[in-house]
Design a protein around this ligand. Sequence first.
Ligand SMILES: *Cc1c(COP(=O)(O)O)cnc(C)c1O
Length: 398
Amino acid sequence: MPNLNDKYLSRPRRQELLPFSPPDIGQEEIDEVVDSLRSGWITTGPKTALFEQDLAGYLGCRQVVALNSATAGLFLCLKQMRIGPGDEVITTPYTFAATVNVILHCGARPVLADVREDDFNIDPQKVERAVTSRTRAIIPVHFAGRSCDLEAIGAIAQRHSLEVIEDAAHAIGAEYRGRKIGAVSRFTVFSFHAVKNLTTGEGGAIATDDERAAGNLRAMALHGMNKDAWNRFAPGGKWQYDIVLPGYKHNMMDLQAALGIHQLRKLESFIVRRGEIARQYRAGLYDLPALRLPGEYQAGRQTWHLYPILVDFDRMDIDRAGFIDLLAEQNISANVHYLPVHLFRHYRECLGYQPGDFPVAEKLSNREVTLPLYTRLSDRDVEDVIAAVRKTVTEHLK
Ligand SMILES: *Cc1c(COP(=O)(O)O)cnc(C)c1O
């Protein structure tokens, strides 16, 4: 530690604010959006079809249905399975609210199962214990882009005839035991929200090998029409269409797909760069007392969507808010992922959850601080973050 502190504690304070998670949009994306704007076709059309095709090729699945969000994707998968009132769906408390909200939107009951301390991911043993005669599906979330234990979860699903819908909002490009996330379970849902590893501003997609389900999901995403608007209005397309079900309005626009086409081409290099930054953080922080850094992942490639560190505040004279404020004073933005879902007011009130119900999630959440991790960070930016964290920890250890 003396050596690393010598290196970092004399480093001058950063001058301008380092943002938390800006997107990495290049000239290719900008040109493609302008091309859409000039083409006369800005909503769902040829670019969305190309993005779906490219993404299916990348993931190694038969069908991709591009949508306006991952939330829409999770919702449509539940609808596809006809999950509704009286049904239960098991998911994790360690996620963004959307994962739980979609279950409520269907009229079903979310049942939470606590996470594992080592990787923040849902604990298969706790899933097994949460299964009842009403359980229909499991939604595992690959926190920070590390795959859940899909083998154990798949075995539970098979034993109890449940569906698995992966919430892979953090995990595009991740792998699990040699298979790409997106080619493992029946349905996998990705997010392309502005902060995600691949962005279309807002957007999402469902990956599946089930061709019939994909057709139905496509119809549900666009009013229940039996052909999409592009097919109807394309040269030679027909004006007739039918409504085969009362659908929703969840389609992706070509303006979004224009971004996605180029983001996907850069995704591999994005993941490599994220991994480099994670290694730089480890090299600069590994020796600090009171910190636990994310480790290497054994079961396949992780996407490093987040860099979550755990701070033992019992050993410090500041709390988490104080820690984040001190980083902000040094012009470093940090964040928290996540406040556990069951502690938000609505879920406490409507599902009867209380503090203490998911002790592992609560313990992790109380200590978690997310450091900035995105492709546009320079090595110097990362050094500034390391210096700010080292200074804060060193000055506030009890
Ligand atoms: C971002 C996110 C979502 C929601 O994605 P949208 O595309 O914004 O709907 C769902 N689950 C997790 C874990 C997320 O991080």
